[in-house]
Design a binder for this molecule. Structure first.
Ligand code: GLV
Ligand code: MN
Ligand code: MN
Length: 420
C-alpha cells in the first residue's frame, strides 16, 4: 500500500500548546490552566499576531479583510484556479481549552508545513483562514466574521455589535490592529475544509477515531430584557412584587421542560447561559434582568415550533409576574448540510488510514456552516477525552486523535486541490 504523506503529530501538539499559552489563566474551580482569548481583546490580538507570524514563516502571503478575517495563501501550480480553503477560529470563550477552533487553524498550518517539507505544490492554491469572533461570547452573535465574508451579515451591522461595556466590533478591531482594508465578501473558493474537536461525548464513548460531519444543527439565540420593580427584600410582601429574577427563572425552567418533553424532538437543547440581575444585591428584589436563551435543534420545523412556544411563554410570564419582557434575536441559523461527495472522501481517507469513523451531526456552530452557503464545505471531527467536554479548561484531545483528523484532512485536501 502506498504510504500517504503525514503530518508531524508532535509539531502540531507543540503548536497547539504554544498558542494555548496566550490568554492562559488559572481556573479556580479545577486548578487547571484555561484559555481566555475573547474576540478582539488584547489576548486575541496577541494570538492573531502569533498565528500570522507562523503563516509568514511558512512563506504564505497574508491578507486581512475589513472584518478582521485573516487569509494566508500558498501558491499552486495554476494560480488562476480558485483555491481550496481550510480554516476555523482562534478566538475563545472566556473559559476555554486549547483546542476549540485552534486545531482547525493550526492543523491547516501543519498541513502547509508538511507540504513545504515534502516540497509538494498542489495544482490549486491553498488558503488557510481564521475568522473573527466565531464564538459570539463577547459581542453576542456567533460566526460573525464568516457570516460577513459569506454575505449573511452586512458589514455595517457587524461593526455595530457592542460588548457589555459598550465597545463596538469596529473600534475593538481597530484597537488590536486587525481592521484590514481588503474587501470582506469572499470570492467562492473551490471548497472549504475544517477539522474541529467534536465538543461532545459521542465519538469518544464509541471509541471512534473520526467523525464525518454531515451538517450543523439549527441555532437560535435570544437576548431578553426583563423589567420589574426594585424594592426592599425584607419589607415588600410577596404579592406586591414585580420580580424580574422570578420571571427569568420561570423561563429557564420552561426551557428545560420543553427539551425534556420530547415534543421538539429528542435532540432539542436549551440553555439560559447568562442571567444578569440589576442591581444584583442580596437584599434588593432585582428590578431588571438581562438573560439569554440558546436553542439548538437538528430539525428546522421542530426548531420553529420551539421558538414560537417559548416566545408565547415570554408574554405569559410577563403577564403573570407583572413585568415587561422585550427580546431580540441575536443569532439565527437553519440546519446546514455538508457536501456529500466530500463526506465520502473523508470516509474513504479515514478507511485508508485504518481509522474507525461514523457520520455525525454537529451540535456546535462552526465557520464551515457559513462557508457551506458559498462553496462545497465539509468538516472532520476528532474525539475529546472527558466525555468530549468543551468550553471548559478540561477540553483535551490527544496528539494522536488530533493528528488522525488532520491527516484525513490532508488526504482530502490533496485530492480536491488537484481537481481541474
Ligand atoms: C460555538 O461554539 C457554539 O456556540 O456552538
Ligand atoms: Mn469552535
Ligand atoms: Mn466554541
Amino acid at each position: 500500500m502506498n504510504q500517504p504523506l503525514s503530518i508531524q503529530p508532535q509539531r502540531l501538539r507543540d503548536s497547539i500548546e504554544e498558542l494555548g499559552r496566550i490568554g492562559s489563566y488559572l481556573d479556580d474551580s479545577s486548578g487547571l490552566r484555561g484559555v481566555n482569548r475573547l474576540a478582539l481583546t488584547a489576548a486575541d490580538g496577541e494570538g492573531r499576531r502569533h498565528v500570522v507570524a507562523k503563516m509568514r514563516a511558512l512563506g504564505m502571503s497574508v491578507t486581512i479583510d475589513r472584518i478582521g478575517n485573516v487569509y494566508a495563501r500558498r501558491s499552486g501550480r495554476d494560480d488562476s484556479l480558485a483555491p481550496v480553503m481550510m480554516g476555523s477560529h482562534i478566538d475563545s470563550v472566556p473559559t476555554a481549552g486549547k483546542f476549540d477552533g485552534c486545531l482547525g487553524v493550526l492543523g491547516a498550518l501543519e498541513i502547509i508545513h508538511t507540504l513545504e517539507d515534502a516540497q509538494r505544490v498542489t495544482r490549486r492554491p491553498l488558503v488557510v483562514a481564521f475568522f473573527t469572533d466565531e464564538e459570539g461570547s463577547r459581542f453576542g452573535t456567533d460566526m460573525l466574521g464568516s457570516a460577513v465574508a459569506t454575505g449573511r451579515l452586512p458589514l455595517a451591522e457587524a461593526y455595530a455589535y457592542k460588548d457589555r461595556a459598550g465597545l463596538s466590533v469596529e473600534s475593538e478591531l481597530r484597537k488590536i490592529g486587525f481592521l484590514g482594508d481588503v474587501e470582506e465578501k469572499l470570492t467562492p473558493p473551490h471548497a472549504y475544509l475544517e477539522c474541529h474537536i467534536e465538543q461532545g461525548p459521542v465519538l469518544r464513548s464509541q471509541n471512534l477515531d473520526i467523525g464525518v460531519v454531515t451538517g450543523v444543527q439549527s441555532i437560535s439565540w435570544h437576548e431578553l430584557s426583563i423589567v420589574g420593580r426594585s424594592a426592599h427584600a425584607g419589607t415588600t410582601p410577596m404579592e406586591l412584587r414585580a420580580d424580574a429574577s422570578v420571571a427569568a427563572s420561570r423561563i429557564n425552567l420552561r426551557l428545560r421542560d420543553m427539551a425534556r418533553s420530547g415534543k421538539y424532538g429528542a435532540q432539542m437543547r436549551a440553555t439560559m447561559g447568562a442571567m444578569v440581575p440589576v442591581p444584583g444585591l442580596v437584599n434588593i428584589i432585582p428590578g431588571r434582568m438581562t438573560v439569554t436563551v440558546d436553542l439548538r435543534n437538528p430539525d428546522d420545523n421542530l426548531m420553529r415550533s420551539a421558538e414560537a412556544d417559548i416566545i408565547a411563554f415570554y408574554d405569559q410570564v410577563a403577564h403573570e409576574e407583572g413585568v415587561q419582557i422585550t427580546w431580540r434575536q441575536t443569532a439565527r441559523t437553519d440546519c446546514v448540510q455538508f457536501d456529500p461527495r466530500i463526506m465520502d472522501q473523508i470516509d474513504a481517507a479515514a478507511a485508508h488510514r485504518g481509522l474507525s469513523r461514523m457520520r455525525i451531526v454537529s451540535g456546535a456552530g462552526h465557520d464551515a456552516q457559513e462557508m457551506a452557503h458559498l462553496t462545497r464545505a465539509a468538516m472532520v471531527f476528532v474525539p475529546g477525552e472527558w466525555n468530549g467536554i468543551s468550553h471548559n479548561p478540561r477540553e483535551f484531545s490527544t496528539p494522536e486523535q488530533c493528528a488522525n483528523g488532520v491527516n484525513v484532512l490532508l488526504d482530502v485536501l490533496l485530492a480536491i486541490a488537484e481537481e481541474p
